[in-house]
Design a protein around this ligand. Structure first.
Ligand SMILES: CSCCC(=O)C(=O)COP(=O)(O)O
Ligand SMILES: [Zn+2]
Length: 204
């Protein structure tokens, strides 16, 4: 059986994300790397749970410019930043879930620390619940270029793996391919739900 193409895998991932309710009201954006220079990014303003192959736009990774007249995601600069920072990154998924939106506001520190969860091992290279996983949290901004620059500066000084949270906005995560990006998204969302519940129960 022939293996589906990365874009087909990404479209299936978008439908899965939509079914999960993780991209409500046109929120979220998704992309896949085509090669060293170009990625395919979801078109801005569309319902991401019902995207088709035709809803993805070729974008130059170096300049973040669309190679056609159509408007790619408002957050294009964050996707291209990830592809420039991490040559091994093959797919980027951005979602607006309740957990990522609320936890990123409750967490006042520079990172959401996850510790003691077996499902930390769902993330590539993680082998024990005894380690502490730090998912950085950045203040939300409508200035995507400035936000990308802030995150690039962070990545120059600290390890940046799996994803980052935008405070009161959502999660952007990535993987070597669509399958790994999906696993990282699902694993992080599970961990966020656990952490949100833990904080609620420990306050009770
Ligand atoms: C109502 S969604 C606000 C924009 C956003 O945060 C998002 O993730 C979707 O923007 P896009 O331009 O990619 O549709
Ligand atoms: Zn968003």
């Amino acid at each position: 059986m022939s293996q589906s193409l990365p874009l087909d895998q990404l479209v299936a991932a978008c439908h899965w994300i939509g079914e999960k309710g993780w991209a409500p009201a046109t929120g979220g954006n998704m992309s896949v790397r085509r090669d060293e220079h170009v990625c395919l990014l979801s078109e801005s303003g569309k319902d991401k749970g019902t995207l088709t192959r035709d809803d993805f736009i070729e974008v130059d990774i170096a300049t973040s410019q669309s190679l056609s007249g159509r408007k790619p995601s408002a957050e294009t600069g964050l996707h291209t930043m990830i592809y420039r920072l991490f040559p091994e990154a093959g797919a980027v998924l951005h979602t607006h879930t309740v957990n990522s939106t609320v936890l990123s506001r409750v967490e006042q520190g520079a990172a959401l620390l996850l510790h003691g969860y077996e499902m930390q091992k769902s993330l590539s290279g993680q082998h024990t619940h005894l380690d502490t996983l730090a998912i950085p949290v950045f203040d939300n901004s409508q200035d995507i270029a400035a936000l990308a620059s802030e995150i690039e500066d962070y990545a120059a000084r600290f390890p940046l793996r799996y994803g980052f949270l935008l405070r009161g906005h959502g999660l952007t995560c990535w993987g070597r391919d669509v399958s790994e990006a999906r696993r990282h998204l699902e694993g992080l969302e599970f961990l966020f739900e656990c952490e949100r519940q833990r904080r609620l129960l420990e306050k009770a």
